[in-house]
Design a protein around this ligand. Structure first.
Ligand SMILES: Nc1ncnc2c1ncn2[C@@H]1O[C@H](COP(=O)(O)OP(=O)(O)OP(=O)(O)O)[C@@H](O)[C@H]1O
Ligand SMILES: [Mg+2]
Length: 351
């Protein structure tokens, strides 16, 4: 059937397949282009770290595959940095393996880390250097050729929206700007896997929001982003999936909506932002009456909180129905307070 499509027809078919949330990415690639681009993956297999008698990480089994952003959530001291350091061979596992694209990080470090960009323990950039100079030094150390270097530096600086600052001295930058340059350095070599350890820690609210926006914009390009955080609202804002850890043990790994649905009696919450105040009649008689909706209420004039039964498929349907009401929907996001309830329940269960 595909062979008979006109070129215009096949473009349309491609865009239908590419935009369909129901077709998985590998199948999209196979249907559209006749081949599959390998999916980036990270895998912990019985990964454990012992410091003397203290167990910092205990038998972590976790496989994350595909282009997405996964939050690694856990309270202070739960083992997040320990895990990320083993994924970059900064420390050795006491037991088990850390695999990047199926390659053991510890036994085949160079090969495994060739496709990885990291930001663990933010490095200080010399105040007297410009981003171009600093990134040039880093790319030289990483073995990127001189010709390729200049092109790549401009690309990664553009990815963190710092083009205007590329030749200004880093000493004048805010913490958030420095962090963006550090993220740019992790992007050198166009890695398919990006590991970030609490990338917004130590930043003021503006810096945090700038860095979160950058991380969101890094999605796509067949990249897997794995970032640790102990900020729930950050994970629910930036990530597609969440792996929760406490006391060195994995508690759960799933999509954000499945995690909240699973641990809150099948209910999920979404917040809908509107451009103008919503009419009470539409809220109470139309939105609240949708079959999946348990409760719909205003949090203020232009924001709705909708509790519904179901996962992502129900959320997708609900959003499209609400958009059809023409009430000026401008944003739609999973509620972080629900995730917070789940998180607190899960953490207290492991105490
Ligand atoms: N070199 C070390 N020697 C002894 N204990 C360590 C060492 N490094 C980490 N730990 C301990 O291992 C546990 C896990 O630490 P880790 O840094 O991985 O936690 P984390 O989840 O990253 O915490 P945070 O949110 O504070 O960054 C903590 O109790 C920590 O004190
Ligand atoms: Mg840490």
């Amino acid at each position: 059937m595909w062979g008979n499509l006109s070129s215009r027809g096949s473009v349309c078919a491609h865009s239908i397949i590419e935009n369909s949330p129901r077709v998985s990415t590998p199948f999209k690639q196979e249907l559209c282009y006749g081949f599959r681009i390998p999916m980036p993956s990270i895998e912990a297999f019985n990964l454990s770290k012992q410091y003397g008698a203290f167990c910092a990480l205990s038998d972590l089994n976790l496989k994350i595959e595909g282009a997405k952003c996964v939050g690694f959530l856990g309270p202070n001291g739960s083992g997040k940095t320990t895990t990320l350091k083993m994924f970059t061979d900064l420390i050795r596992p006491t037991k088990g393996q850390a695999l990047i694209n199926g390659i053991n990080v510890h036994t085949e470090k160079k090969k495994a880390l060739a496709s990885v960009g990291t930001l663990i323990e933010t490095p200080e950039i010399y105040a007297s250097l410009t981003p171009r100079e600093a990134l040039s030094m880093i790319s030289e150390i990483r073995g990127i050729s001189a010709v390729e270097r200049m092109k790549q530096i401009e690309t990664v600086v553009a990815e963190v929206h710092m083009e205007e600052w590329i030749d200004k001295r880093v000493g004048k930058f805010s913490k958030g700007m420095k962090q963006r340059i550090c993220i740019a350095s992790a992007l050198l070599g166009n890695p398919s896997i990006i590991l970030l350890d609490e990338p917004t820690t130590g930043l003021d609210p503006r810096g945090m929001s700038e860095v979160r926006d950058i991380i969101k914009s890094l999605k796509g390009k067949n990249r897997l982003i794995f970032m640790s955080s102990h900020i729930l609202s950050e994970v629910s804002d930036v990530c597609d999936e969440v792996a929760m850890i406490d006391h060195g043990k994995l508690i759960v790994y799933d999509t954000l909506s499945n995690v909240t649905a699973r641990f809150s009696g099948g209910n999920n919450v979404v917040e809908v932002g509107l451009a103008r105040p919503v009419d009470n009649e539409i809220l109470n008689q139309t939105i609240a009456a949708f079959p999946s909706v348990v409760k719909a209420e205003k949090t203020d004039d232009k924001n709705l909180k909708i509790i519904f039964k179901g996962g992502l498929d129900v959320q997708e349907l609900l959003l499209s129905e609400i958009v059809k009401l023409n009430i000026g929907v401008v944003s739609f996001k999973a509620s972080s307070s629900e995730l917070e309830d789940v998180y607190l329940k899960l953490i207290s269960a492991t105490l």
